[in-house]
Ligand binder design. Sequence first.
Ligand SMILES: [Zn+2]
Length: 89
Amino acid sequence: MNLKKAKKVSDVLYMVLIGFVGLFFLFPQYRGWISVGVFLSLLIQFIFSFKFMRCPHCGKNVGRYDEVCKHCGRNVDAEPKIRNQKKKV
Ligand SMILES: [Zn+2]
């Protein structure tokens, strides 16, 4: 999975989380179950971003809104071009 796809999936997970939070306030009678949903979607989001939100160049974790990797300083949106790599990490 590349970072672009991972970011899209992460956005979907984020919307699911917001949906659960909305439900939490809309249906006070189901708050027990809904908080389980909130917890699970947070957990999935966390595991997902830990596993897939990685710099395509150096493989370290990057934030969802990072355009440049804070570890190697390269643009994370660009696909890695092995032929054009000037520096090796
Ligand atoms: Zn990097």
